[in-house]
Design a protein around this ligand. Sequence first.
Ligand code: GCU
Length: 487
Amino acid sequence: MNRAILASLPLMLVVSAHAQDAKPADPAPLQLTAPQDHKLMMEALGIKSLREGANGMNRSAPNAANYDESKVKPFTLPDPLVCADGTKVTTPEQWWNKRRPELVEEFDREVYGRVPKDAPDVKWEVVETKEEKVGDIPAVTKRLVGHVDNARCPLIKVDIQLTLTTPAGAKGPVPVMMEFGFGGFGPRPGGPRTKGVTPKTADAPGKKAAPKAAFPGGFGGGPSWQQQVLAKGWGCAIIVPNSIQADSGAGLTKGIIGLCNKGQPRKPDDWGSLRAWAWGASRALDYFETDKAVDAKQVGIEGLSRYGKAALVAMAYDSRFAIGFIGSSGEGGAKLHRRNFGELVENLTGSCEYHWMAGNFLKYGGPLTPADLPVDAHELIALCAPRPTFISYGASTGPGAEGQWLDQRGSFMAAVAAGPVFRLLGKNDLGTAEYPEIESPLTEGELAFRQHKGGHTTGPNWPTFLAFADRYIKLQNAPATSGSGSQ
Ligand code: GCU
């Protein structure tokens, strides 16, 4: 046998071992379209029809999105500090031991779905380490792949993509801000600089933002968020949501959700993509706990739009995340479900977006209504307490607006209604129930809110967020030259 054949032998063995693993007893993973999978879920729930969502594209459509405050119907929010049995929560212990677990259960079952108890392990591999400059800051970037154990269904492979960049001069573990990134690993830094995303306006729903380059320039030509973070001596990371779970109902029999179900459709309380993306972020945090470059007790999570929703879900569920920067998250994120303004629950229950949520959530698009939801967005924000949580938006109207589809005001109201939980836990909330002017930050407490004039992005809010974060996140061993980027 020559060397070439010998060298290929282990690979052949691996391949045939995998082929044996796929026992004929296991049916092949299903490949469904989103409408097919959506219909199956409706059948499983006994739902005959769903109400139509709001139309954000056509102002003269009969179901045109409501952008008129005078047409907002009155609603009552569930009290985050009253238990299901009517007990009033008056101590932090009652919150931690009774009310919070109750809320988590409601969100799990009815809204975002449950992570399976036997979700597989992830083994992280550093596939590349390289020294580079981010702007003029010397840094080390690791490209990582989180191999998800797929012994239960070898035909479904899930490899989570993550990049971690830390300052080259770091004298010890550093805090890290992690972003749910658009696109894959993307072009490497040092390549042509791009102008970043040209995101859709939020009043034109459905279009996805263009993929980002690894280190695109910052907002208005200023430093990128990565440069701003590295200049403080912190690290930055990007996790790729699509490498965890596809952003489509057609992907629900694949990705981590499909793997756990061996390629079969979800049960009504199984997780949706938002919960799956958040799970992936938690697995990245597991990795950070093993990497000496990272101060894993000071890791924050950030995302925009659908990934703003995911960032809020990650922050709410995993209390190891030290801080959250929740960008333009809208319906399914910080926006109150019960408020009929902009995007509605009925949009999320349609076949284009239902995959973000648990199957059970479909019930609230017909026959039930948003008012029947046992929880609302203020309680998701409350689950983040007492950790610092920054709710970010672009202005809804006027110059530099991102549109009204996301319902900035409804998200502000949710943050106000989460306030009592922050206060119960000894922290400060927004400090006012009065809707603030554009660009006037409410950042005095642990709960923060600001609208900028830069459209559908978190870009212009980074400096305000970082000033807020400075109160909580501390670099333990400041490098000799912090911020200048010179050696
Ligand atoms: C659509 C959708 C929003 C979502 C946004 C995005 O506008 O209706 O809920 O946040 O897309 O993620 O880009």
